[in-house]
Ligand binder design. Sequence first.
Ligand code: FPP
Length: 247
Amino acid sequence: MSSLEKINLENVPEHVAIIMDGNGRWARQQGHERLFGHNYGVESVREALRAAQNTGVKYLTLYAFSTENWNRPKEEVDGLMDLLVTTITNEVDELDSNNVRIQTIGDSTGLPEGCRYALMSAIERTKDNTGVTLILALNYSSRWEILNATKEIAGEIARGELSPDDITSDVFEKHLTTRSIPDPELMIRTSGEHRVSNFLLWQIAYSEFHFTEVLWPDFKEEDLYKAILDFQSRERRFGMVSEQLNK
Ligand code: FPP
């Protein structure tokens, strides 16, 4: 029985978030520059998306470029931005015909103009699609997002539009870049690292974590199926006890 057949399709996470890690190490292992790994990583994005489509995952968020990634060597940053533009531009037809809706989270104002343009066109083109929502986290960091939300709320209070007592989780969430997206039930990190790296800190309050040794360019559909099976083996208690859940 394949991993896909073992999945209970009634209990698939609605939202899976992935920290795609290990491109650089994978490239070095093959005797290539780091960008070679990022290029191969695009094929793994396709694999993950296919697996999401096959299982009914509705939202797939990929950590493609963090705020901290600007500190990498210029050549790598430029290469990654070029790769994003070419990939989005080349893939948008197929994504659209597969009913995929593209969205981004993060501070898109800090991205190069070409990248912003490619993203805006892809978002506009696919906005009415009803299949998987593919969310690219670009120039994203959770601390930036939380600070940004705090500044917006402070502004509303200063203008007398909101009282501090009115700040609830729901109000706060409306100021995050993930505002219309449900929290991820499953967070995956590849490459054997066990860190969150400033990703979706607010949103992962109750997420299950799946860590795999697989380097991102080696990630296949099967790896997402295994992660979903791992998720389905967990008991999610949300602060309660087992007996309350099994009543
Ligand atoms: C982390 O590996 C990976 C990234 C910072 C970039 C990920 C981007 C892609 C796979 C391209 C995706 C394209 C689209 C359109 C979504 P690393 O470089 O940190 O690896 P290392 O830890 O081995 O050095």
